[in-house]
Design a protein around this ligand. Structure first.
Ligand code: ARG
Ligand code: ZN
Ligand code: CA
Length: 248
């Protein structure tokens, strides 16, 4: 139910070497993965879970910048800083990063090396506009399935880090609720004891089979393939009238 919602995206690439200065083709491969995953057009969609949903959310590169000028939706900045951590410095020009474009108009994505083995992180709805958006490492942004010569690192080389982070951006919690048999506030996802890695088969916890294929678990990119109807409804609630991201 509902109509297609299209989200304009700006990608801020901050790099300390040429590998991290990922190509426009690699960036566009990531936008394609987001569109495929959120519309359930992903090639690895399967019917294991009847809850699988088309969220009817789409993404496009911004075509107009905050000054009204034409843009390809990509900013690039060279930096001597080689790792950025998770304290939002990459979002602040005063710290050597790049300020967000108006967070009520754009989904801001920063692509820079976070370090510490962290693939990405996101800000939930309701936080400061000055730090709103998602952050991903360059080697986890884009998909090996949609081009060649990309700077990517297996087994997180199919663009699912951004799918997961944008899930958080739209208010989704981890499927295990970040505690032992925790609550993710979505009724049609099974309760998980904890996060799953790799791609376990037939894992049972908290009295039911784990949905290791869910984008909000911690499994490999090749393992993940769905959001549920409950997750769709939770995401669309922040975009609909009265929701905290309705202006997008
Ligand atoms: N660890 C990150 C987070 O909690 C992202 C996990 C992404 N998983 C993946 N298969 N790409 O936000
Ligand atoms: Zn997460
Ligand atoms: Ca649940």
């Amino acid at each position: 139910v509902g109509s297609i919602i299209t989200i304009p995206v700006v990608v801020h690439v901050i790099y300390s070497n040429s590998n991290e200065n990922i190509s426009e083709a690699q960036i566009l491969s990531q936008i394609q993965v987001l569109n495929d995953d959120f519309r359930r057009l992903n090639a690895d969609a399967n019917n294991t879970w009847s809850q699988a949903a088309d969220t009817q959310i789409e993404f496009c590169m911004a075509t107009v910048d905050p000054n009204g000028s034409a843009t390809n939706g990509i900013t690039r900045k060279s930096s001597t800083r080689t790792s950025w951590g998770t304290n939002d410095d990459m979002k602040k020009a005063s710290q050597g990063g790049v300020n967000p474009w108006d967070a009520s108009q754009y989904l801001n994505m920063w692509v820079c090396n976070i370090g510490g083995g962290i693939l990405g992180y996101a800000q939930f709805p309701g936080g400061s506009a000055s730090t709103d958006g998602v952050v991903m490492g360059p080697q986890y942004f884009g998909s090996k399935n949609l081009g060649s010569g990309f700077y990517l690192s297996a087994p997180f080389d199919e663009g699912r880090t951004a799918t997961h982070e944008v899930g958080h951006f739209f208010n989704l919690r981890h499927i295990w609720g970040d505690s032992n048999c925790g609550n993710d506030l979505v009724s049609d996802t099974p309760t998980h004891q904890t996060s799953n890695g790799g791609c376990p088969t037939g894992k049972v916890s908290c009295g039911s089979t784990d949905m290791v294929e869910n984008y909000m678990d911690y499994t490999n990119d090749s393992c993940m393939n769905l959001f549920t109807t409950g997750q769709k409804n939770r995401m669309r609630a922040v975009l609909n009238a009265g929701g905290s991201r309705r202006a997008l």
